[in-house]
Design a protein around this ligand. Structure first.
Ligand SMILES: *[C@@H]1O[C@H](CO)[C@@H](O)[C@H](O)[C@H]1NC(C)=O
Ligand SMILES: *[C@@H]1O[C@H](CO)[C@@H](O)[C@H](O)[C@H]1NC(C)=O
Ligand SMILES: *[C@@H]1O[C@H](CO)[C@@H](O)[C@H](O)[C@H]1NC(C)=O
Ligand SMILES: *[C@@H]1O[C@H](CO)[C@@H](O)[C@H](O)[C@H]1NC(C)=O
Ligand SMILES: *[C@@H]1O[C@H](CO)[C@@H](O)[C@H](O)[C@H]1NC(C)=O
Length: 484
């Protein structure tokens, strides 16, 4: 699989309902006129919107069939069954301001609300959800709803998917969440939620997707994972969870595809049962306090594509993996002394991101001949004892975006380094690099060539002085002018 299709599948995987909705979105359902209540409800919603700079709602006009309005679907005769409004994140004007009007509760046949990236809808948890008996799918993502998630959320027992990701909800996750037993997807990620992981989530036995990432949740991760026979994605990244990885996570082994626990305060050893996760695609345990060795059983993670164990206190030896194609690997900032870049990395036909900073690598870079370099966009081998030259490597990486190799023993003529147009970041500080700084660096966003043996006039750039200091005889802004 190539990088693009993989990253697309990663982005869209959690919302199969959206894929479905996008498909029906373009099918015009022939229908005379929509139900008067639906028209009134939707126009009421529109009147709660104070600013629609990209014209998302311009087709919503009195007297026209509301089933034909942008984002509206009517699956049963004249009744509106879903609203899908998507902002485009790369377009600054693609947002809605205002609040979710209570009139929306007139749209009684609504079974799906899909509000994605509307960015500027504010207000509290929308009470209208309680007045819509057919509602099954709620995605209100990346807007500005705030306040607490009400205890009454436990009344939405019919819901099969609930995502409030990317809002500003604060306070605890109410324990009444345990009543939403039909949920297959629950995403409360990217809010300001505090308190503990609610143990009642164990009642949600149909979950295939659970995401609580980027909140302020703390305490231990409860030992409740025997309750989720179908869980495929578990994302608890960027919270303040502490303690060990609970034993019951092992019961997720047959089906779990994503296990993301990075950026927490977890400790103890990495449990060896993780090697049994035959379907695991992505494992992120980075930025925790794990100690000990990486279990030998990891050799059996033959399907792993993304492995991030960086920023822990893990020790040698690193197991020999049997994975055919790793895509992204980060083992940086542990206590590893790998000496070599592992063979299963070098032979990967699809790798695009390799981060092995401070991994005790002692190779001569010229001797490292990765099987495939086409997909590489990021390489970080900083703080090792790598000697030789990256010139041949960078001659093969046609789409590289970042190359970091600070704090090594690289010795080469910088003028000979190919700087491809895609390259945005180059850090080769604290090496033995000589020659001149080439014009091509002007296309970079970040450059660091400090503490090398470079000489000559710097090309005109806006890089700070700390990017270029500590060389033998560089001159010109931001350093003192060259002597004529
Ligand atoms: C976002 O919404 C707030 C509150 O409704 C409003 O004051 C602000 O102007 C809006 N921002 C933009 C960019 O429209
Ligand atoms: C939840 O699981 C039960 C038992 O397997 C099943 O009958 C029910 O249809 C499931 N609900 C959903 C929404 O998948
Ligand atoms: C890998 O899995 C096989 C079969 O389950 C098992 O026999 C073997 O011990 C495992 N290897 C490691 C290193 O754990
Ligand atoms: C860089 O690549 C070109 C052709 O792709 C080749 O001719 C040249 O010798 C290479 N240079 C180095 C230093 O590997
Ligand atoms: C460049 O690298 C040096 C040493 O590695 C570091 O002290 C400095 O802050 C870096 N400067 C920039 C702009 O990254």
């Amino acid at each position: 699989m190539n990088k693009l299709s993989r990253s697309l599948s990663q982005h869209y995987f959690p919302s199969p309902f959206l894929v479905f909705i996008l498909a029906v979105y373009f099918i015009k359902i022939a229908s005379a006129t929509c139900h008067v209540d639906d028209e009134a409800g939707l126009l009421g919603f529109k009147s709660g919107i104070t600013h629609d700079p990209s014209g998302m709602l311009t087709t919503w006009k009195t007297g026209t069939d509301c089933c034909s309005w942008a984002g509206i679907n009517c699956l049963f005769d004249d009744r509106v069954t879903s609203i899908s409004l998507f902002g485009q994140l790369d377009e600054p004007n693609s947002f809605l301001s205002g609040t979710i009007s209570p009139s929306l509760s007139k749209v009684q046949y609504l079974n799906g609300i899909y509000f994605q990236n509307l960015r500027n809808i504010s207000g509290h948890f929308p009470d209208i959800l309680f007045g819509l008996p057919k509602l099954l799918y709620v995605y209100i993502e990346n807007t500005k709803l705030s306040g607490q998630i009400p205890v009454s959320i436990g009344r939405l027992t019919q819901l099969e998917a609930l995502s409030l990701a990317g809002n500003r909800f604060s306070g605890p996750i109410p324990s009444s969440i345990s009543k939403l037993t039909q949920l297959t997807q629950l995403n409360l990620g990217k809010n300001l939620l505090t308190g503990q992981f609610p143990i009642g989530i164990k009642q949600l036995r149909n979950l295939t997707y659970l995401n609580l990432e980027q909140n302020k949740l703390s305490g231990t991760i409860p030992d409740i994972f025997k309750s989720f026979p179908d869980l495929r994605i578990l994302t608890l990244t960027r919270n303040a969870f502490s303690g060990k990885i609970p034993e019951s996570i092992s019961s997720l082994a047959p089906k779990l595809i994503y296990l993301e626990l990075g950026h927490n305060a977890l400790s103890g050893q990495i449990p060896s049962f993780l090697g049994k996760f035959k379907a695991l695609d992505t494992l992120d345990l980075s930025w925790n306090s794990f100690t000990g060795v990486v279990p030998k059983s990891f050799a059996n993670l033959t399907k792993i594509f993304n492995l991030d164990l960086s920023h822990n206190s893990l020790n040698d030896p690193f197991p020999q993996m049997n994975v055919k194609g790793i895509e992204s690997l980060d083992l940086s900032y542990n206590n590893f002394h790998l000496k070599q870049i592992p063979k299963w990395v070098t032979s990967s036909p699809i790798i695009y991101s390799l981060k092995l900073a401070k991994c005790g690598i002692t190779i001569k870079l010229d001797n490292w001949k990765p099987a495939e370099t086409y997909f590489y966009d990021f390489i970080d081998v900083s703080e090792n004892e790598i000697s030789g030259s990256p010139v041949a490597l960078l001659n093969r990486t046609d789409f590289l975006v970042g190359f970091k190799a600070a704090g090594n023993k690289l010795k080469f003529d910088l003028g000979k380094l190919r700087i491809v147009e895609t390259l945005k970041e180059l850090d080769i500080s604290r090496n033995l690099v000589y020659g001149k700084v080439p014009m091509a660096v002007t296309g970079l966003k970040r450059l660091n060539v400090s503490y090398n043996h470079l000489c000559g006039q710097l090309p005109k750039t806006k890089f700070p002085v700390s990017s270029v200091v500590g060389n033998d005889c560089l001159c010109g802004s931001p350093l003192p002018p060259c002597k004529l």
